[in-house]
Design a protein around this ligand. Sequence first.
Ligand code: ZN
Length: 453
Amino acid sequence: MRSVVKTVAAVGVVALTLSACGGSAQSGTSTTESTPQAVAGDAPATAGMVGDASDPVNEIVAAAIDDLQSYWAEQFPAVYGSDYSPVSGGFYAVVPSSGDLPPCASSADDIAGNAFYCPSADVVAWDSEGLLPDLRQRFGDFVIPVVMAHEWGHAIQARANFEGMTVTSEIQADCFAGAWAAHAVSDATAFDPSQAELDSALAGFLYLRDEPGSSAESDSAHGSGFDRVSSFQTGFDGGPMDCKPYVDGSPPVLQLPFTSQSDADRGGDAPLEQIIDGVPKDLEDYWSVLFPELTGRPWEPLKPVVAFDPSDAPECGGQSASGYVLFYCVPDDYVGFDAVDAMPRFYEQGGDFAVAALIATQYGLAGMAHAGIDADTQDTSLQGDCFAGSWAASVLLQNRPTSGYTLSPGDLDEAIASLLLFRGDGDESRQGSGFLRVEAFRHGVMDGAQACI
Ligand SMILES: [Zn+2]
C-alpha cells in the first residue's frame, strides 16, 4: 500500500493469475498433442509409481492419485462428454539430489522445489525430497493431495485440448483442484479434511503464489495468491463445470505491477505508523460515501481509534477490553487494537495490508451497527469481511477523490492471509472459517459493497 498524489484514475481491474507448479518441465502444456485413447477403468494408478512408495509423503500422494483417477473417471464424461483415460505415463517421486531424473526433466533444477504434469509423456512428477515434505510441514497433510489435484488439472487440460496463456491454465488447474477438494470434504473417500486443514491448504496456495509485481503474461506465471485462491474457491463451490469455461481474460487476473521504484524497494509496504494513522481516516472517508448510498442517511463518524498498549487496555461499555487485540466496541462506537504487540507482529509477518484489512473488517462491523444491524453474529462478522473487501476495491480503483492511497502488488494476498491466519482461539465460531472469511472478502473486492448486504 502506498500514498499517492491523485491523478486520473488509471487503475483498471485487469485480469491476473497465480502460480502453483512451474518450471521448464511443464512448459509444453499448451502444445500438447495426442489425447490418449479412452480406456476407462484401466491402469491401476499407483502401480506406476517410481520411487520410494514407503515414504510417508509418497503414501499420501499414492492415495491422492487413486482418488483423483476415480474422481475424474466419474467427472470427465459429465463435464467433457467423453470417457476419461487415466493418466498412465507414470508417477515419479523424485529425489533431486540423487541425480535420477523423470521424463521431461533435463536437469535437477527442473524438479527441485517443483511438481509437474508433462503432457508429452502423460507423466506426473514431484520433488519428494524438498517441496512436498516442506509443504506438509508448513500446511499439513491435505496440502499434498491439493497439489496433486492441481497437477491433475493439467492432465485434464491435455485431454480436453485446452488452449490459452500459461496463467489461464494455472488458475484453471487451481479451479479443478478446488472442485476435487470439495469432493474430498463431502465424500470423504480417501481424505476427510477438517475445516482447519482446508484453511491451512488454502494458506499453502498463498505460499505458492507468484512474486508480487511479476507479470501475468510470463510463461511461468501462476497468478497472485488472490487469483489462485479465487479459482480454488470457484471450483470448490461450483464443481468442475464452473472451471471448464476458463479462457484468457475470463476470469480476470488481477495484475498489479509496481508503479513506483520506492514502493518496489519497500516490497510494497508502507510504514506501520502510516497504516495505523492513515487507514482509519481512509475508512471514515469510504463509509461517509458508502453509508448514504446504502441507507439514505448521513454517516456519523466513529469516535477516534484507540491504539492501545495491552498492559493498559481501554474500556468498552464500562468493562475492560483486556485480552482483545482488535475489536469494534458497539456501546462506545470506536475501533480498538493492540498497537504494541499484535499489530506490529501482523505487520511483520503479514505486511501492511494485513493490518489495513483487519482494521477495515472492524469498520465493516461499525457500518452495520450504525445501520441498526446486530454486529455480533457470524453472519455479520462475514459481512464485515466483505465490506473490508469492498473498501480494498475502492482503494484499488481509486474511485474516491478524497482518498490518498493505492494498493501495491501483494496487498490483496496479504489481506487474505490475515483473514486465514491471524485469529485466536474461539474465533472460528464467532467469525466463520478462514475459507468463508476469504470468500466474503473476495466478494467484496470483485462485486462491491452491494454484494455484502
Ligand atoms: Zn500448474
